[in-house]
Design a protein around this ligand. Structure first.
Ligand SMILES: Nc1ncnc2c1ncn2[C@@H]1O[C@H](COP(=O)(O)OP(=O)(O)O)[C@@H](O)[C@H]1O
Ligand SMILES: [Mg+2]
Length: 241
């Protein structure tokens, strides 16, 4: 068993009187690929937000690489290696494709010497997502699939050890879904653990080594894709949708 990278313990998140997450426990090992599924409104995005720091949980703990991160700002968590890929990619539209990577990379770089090498690094990330030949094109011309590619390259440029991907395949064709899956697998091979939220069941099943199922803020199943498919509680949760 490889080392644990993330551990969420007894996490409860309320919005006013509504309990969106109820004593949730999830852990993730280094380089693991975890699928997070559940009916609409079951709390998937809320959980990702509590891990990334976009939301704060009032109860329970989130530990990352052995460090308690509950209460840390999202930017601090990003520095530690937690990066989120958004449902709707938002590039800097007036900028070139590579500029979208370089601006945040330059911002994060500590000295000029380091900055010299950044373009090469950015090109490497663009190559991984298949945008290397279009580095200097303006990003405002990008199609949906290319926007997803750019979003993943940007996520990579932050050098994450954990990528949180929330429905990054919505609206894509079946072959485009396969392209994004290949990119996520390549990223995972470089050592990045991934939590994937996805409605496209075929994609989650293909990608995940393990799947966690949320229903009404509670975890109702945690197992291999085969176990999840055969789990009657999971089927019941989805029937209500
Ligand atoms: N900022 C918020 N304020 C109030 N309720 C929220 C907020 N965010 C999410 N919720 C509620 O919490 C529940 C879980 O939402 P969410 O995590 O987005 O579900 P999922 O991603 O699984 O579809 C839903 O009932 C939703 O309406
Ligand atoms: Mg959601």
């Amino acid at each position: 068993m490889s080392e644990e990278i993330l551990s969420v313990t007894d996490l409860t998140k309320r919005f006013g009187g509504f309990t969106a997450l109820d004593a949730v426990n999830v852990s993730l090992s280094n380089r693991e690929r975890l699928g997070l599924i559940g009916p609409n409104g079951s709390g998937k995005t809320t959980l990702i937000n509590c891990i990334s720091g976009a939301l704060f949980n009032e109860q329970g703990s989130v530990r990352f690489k052995g460090q308690e991160i509950t209460g840390l700002k999202a930017s601090k968590r990003a520095n530690l290696g937690i990066v989120r890929s958004f449902q709707i990619p938002r590039p800097f539209r007036s900028m070139s494709i590579i500029g979208n990577l370089l601006i945040p990379m330059e911002y994060a770089a500590s000295d000029r010497g380091e900055r010299g090498a950044l373009r090469d690094q950015a090109m490497e990330f663009l190559e991984l997502v298949g945008l290397q030949d279009r580095a200097d094109e303006n990003s405002s011309n990008l199609t949906q699939i290319d926007l997803r590619r750019l979003e993943l390259a940007r996520a990579l440029s932050a050098k994450p050890s954990l990528l949180l991907s929330d429905e990054s395949m919505a609206g894509l064709s079946s072959s485009e879904v396969d392209e994004i899956l290949d990119i996520l697998l390549a990223l995972n091979e470089r050592g990045v653990a991934v939590i994937m939220i996805e409605h496209i069941m075929r994609a989650v099943m293909k990608f995940s080594e393990r799947i966690v199922v949320l229903d009404a803020g509670k975890i109702i199943a945690d197992g291999s894709p085969d176990e999840i498919v055969a789990n009657p509680d999971v089927e019941r949760a989805y029937l209500g949708e």
